[in-house]
Write a protein that binds this ligand. Structure first.
Ligand SMILES: *Cc1c(COP(=O)(O)O)cnc(C)c1O
Length: 395
């Protein structure tokens, strides 16, 4: 059966160049980068190069990049590390209602440990209103954390404006840029952020490696205690091959950025046009503007009226070899409606019929035509079985 992967926001295939860059670090270059002899130095050189490659992608200094075991660790580290460090100054954190669970669940943990968290609302397209941030700030606020690009509905937040508001009040600003990295230009100097989280496996690199950007001079408590790795900021022998792969993926992302964005946007827009032409009673969630940089270039989040998205997902997978997700991959095993769709004002019933399609570098126009055909057949079959199909006021 033909296989079509349309879940690039859950993870991406690892590019061949990335695998090739990694391979020597499993074989010849197996030294411990902390060792002082030649074999250790060779591994250390691999880390140095990767640090430069990742720094270049976001216009940071290599000394500001700290490798972690994943994007989730970077998120946990920054929230707990900054909260702990500044506990005496204040106990208030501001974030949004549509963050990834790596942020939301860490905030809940902090709430159980004496912190107060404000969860900002978003509008129907998923945007945080900068005026809401300004209003939420108190003299106890120590950190603001707003994601750069939402993983479910693709909303690109006005990070520069939000970071400026925090900075004006002398408050540190973090952004979870896992979905933004490699999908839009990122310049930490222009954005004015203090901390930024990244992950390797969302940019055609390996799983199990991420990084936290820490602006020079910003202090944060250590999260992993042990040896002196990562300038005593993150203990544990580095995942050398993984980090080298992440570095190579970052280099490729920087080199291909414009082409990548255009490729994804063109296919995504064509996909949406074809769905609208062929399937009635559907609606788009997230930013309506598909041309500018306000939406992740590869993201399409669509509600199919009268249908359960799980049925679509399973039929696409089993009958057509097509991979998509409902809501976000991380919450797809629970029956709760997506917290993101709920915050964006999508009703629970509509939310239940929502599928996220994300295209990427290996997606072709033929793939899209195949998926549209499959969706046409599946939706009409499922709607034939649905007692509420076509009913007025079914919601
Ligand atoms: C995938 C993702 C993460 C988690 O990254 P991992 O490397 O999988 O831990 C965090 N935030 C966002 C927005 C993501 O999409």
């Amino acid at each position: 059966m033909r296989q079509v992967y349309l879940d690039y926001s859950a993870t991406t295939p690892v590019k061949n160049e990335v695998v090739e860059a990694m391979l020597p670090y499993f074989t010849e270059v197996y030294g411990n980068p902390s060792s002082l002899y030649t074999a250790g130095l060779a591994a250390g050189n691999g880390l140095d190069k990767a640090r430069e490659q990742v720094a270049t992608l976001i216009n940071a200094k290599p000394s500001e990049i700290f490798f972690t075991s994943c994007g989730t660790e970077a998120d946990n580290w920054v929230l707990e590390g900054v909260a702990d460090k500044l506990r005496k100054k204040g106990n208030h954190i501001i974030t949004s209602k549509i963050e990834h669970h790596a942020i939301l669940h860490t905030c809940e943990y902090l709430e159980e440990h004496g912190f107060e968290v404000t969860y900002l609302d978003v509008d129907n397209e998923g945007f945080v209103n900068p005026a809401d941030l300004e209003r939420a700030i108190t003299n106890k606020t120590v950190l603001v954390s707003i994601m750069m690009v939402n993983n479910e509905i693709g909303t690109v937040q006005p990070i520069r404006e939000l970071a400026q508001i925090a900075s004006k009040h002398g408050i540190l600003f973090h952004t979870d840029a896992v979905q933004g990295l490699g999908n839009m230009p990122i310049d930490v100097e222009k954005l004015g952020v203090d901390f930024l989280s990244m992950s390797g496996h969302k940019i055609y690199g390996p799983k199990g490696v991420g990084a936290l950007y820490i602006r020079q001079g910003r202090r944060i408590n250590v999260f992993m205690h042990g040896g002196a790795q990562e300038k005593k900021h993150r203990a544990g022998t580095e995942n050398v091959a993984g980090i080298v792969g992440f570095g190579k993926a970052a280099e490729l992302a920087a080199a291909n950025l414009d082409r990548h964005i255009e490729h994804c946007r063109e296919l995504r827009n064509y996909f949406w046009e074809q769905l609208k032409l062929n399937i009635p009673d559907i609606s788009l969630n997230g930013p309506e503007d598909l041309e500018s940089g306000k939406r992740h270039p590869g993201n399409l989040n669509v509600s199919f009226d009268y249908i359960e998205a799980e049925s679509i997902l399973l039929m696409l997978d089993m009958k057509y070899g097509i991979s998509v997700s409902t809501g976000s991959a991380c919450s797809s095993k629970s029956l709760e409606p997506s917290h993101v769709l709920t915050a964006a004002g999508v009703s629970i019933v509509k939310s239940n019929g929502t599928v996220r399609f994300t295209v990427g570098d290996f997606t072709t126009k033929e793939d899209i035509d195949y998926v549209v055909d499959a969706m046409k057949t599946i939706t009409s079959k499922l709607r034939e079985l649905s007692p509420v199909a076509g009913m007025k006021g079914w919601e």
